[in-house]
Design a protein around this ligand. Structure first.
Ligand code: FE
Length: 177
C-alpha cells in the first residue's frame, strides 16, 4: 500500500471510530433521559390534582374540613379507631392504598393507629407547627390530603405511630377466597 493510501485509510478509520463513539454517546444519553423521564412521568401521572371547588363537590363537608383543611375528628368517634377486620386502608380522597391491618394497633388515643405505612412512597411527611405544637403531619402522597400525624412513640419494629383520622380513610376487606 502506498503511503498516501495508508494515510487515507487511517483517516477513514479514525472518522469511523469517531462516529461510533458519538453514536454510542447519543444512545447512552437517550437511554438515561428515557429512564429519568419514565420515573418522573410515573410520578406526575400518579398525582391527583383538584381545585378546592372540585374537592368540595366530591367530598362531604366533614371530609373536606379534615382532608383539605387539616382538620381532626374528635377522639373515639371515628369509624376505624376500634376496627379490627383484616384488609387495606385507602385514602378517602383518591383510593391510594395507605395502610394494612397488619400494622394497625390499639394506641389508646381514640384514632386509628399504625406502626408503619404500606409503602414509604404512599405517605408524605411535613413539619406542622400549628396550635403551639411541633408535630409531623402526614399526607397522602397521591392527592396531598391530610391524614393525621406521625409520632415517635409507636411500638416495635418502627417505633412510629401513624395517628390517622378515620374520615381520611376507607377500608377494603381482605379477600378470603
Ligand atoms: Fe389521596
Amino acid at each position: 500500500m502506498k503511503k498516501e493510501d495508508l494515510l487515507k485509510f487511517i483517516r477513514k478509520l479514525n472518522m469511523r471510530i469517531f462516529s461510533i463513539i458519538i453514536g454510542l454517546s447519543i444512545t447512552g444519553m437517550t437511554l438515561i433521559g428515557q429512564t429519568s423521564e419514565k420515573k418522573s412521568k410515573g410520578f406526575i401521572m400518579d398525582k391527583v390534582v383538584k381545585s378546592d371547588k372540585e374537592w368540595q363537590t366530591c367530598l362531604t363537608p366533614e371530609e373536606y374540613q379534615i382532608l383539605r383543611e387539616q382538620g381532626t375528628e374528635s377522639a373515639f368517634t371515628g369509624e376505624y379507631y376500634n376496627h379490627k377486620e383484616e384488609g387495606t386502608y385507602t385514602c378517602a380522597g383518591c383510593d391510594n392504598k395507605l395502610f394494612s391491618s397488619d400494622t394497625k394497633y390499639d394506641s389508646g388515643s381514640g384514632w386509628p393507629a399504625f406502626f408503619d405505612s404500606l409503602d414509604e412512597t404512599k405517605v408524605n411527611i411535613k413539619r406542622d407547627l400549628s396550635y403551639g405544637m411541633i408535630r409531623t403531619e402526614i399526607t397522602c402522597a397521591k392527592c396531598d390530603s391530610h391524614l393525621g400525624h406521625v409520632f415517635e412513640d409507636g411500638p416495635k419494629p418502627t417505633g412510629l405511630r401513624y395517628c390517622v383520622n378515620s374520615v381520611s380513610l376507607n377500608f377494603t376487606p381482605k379477600k378470603t377466597d
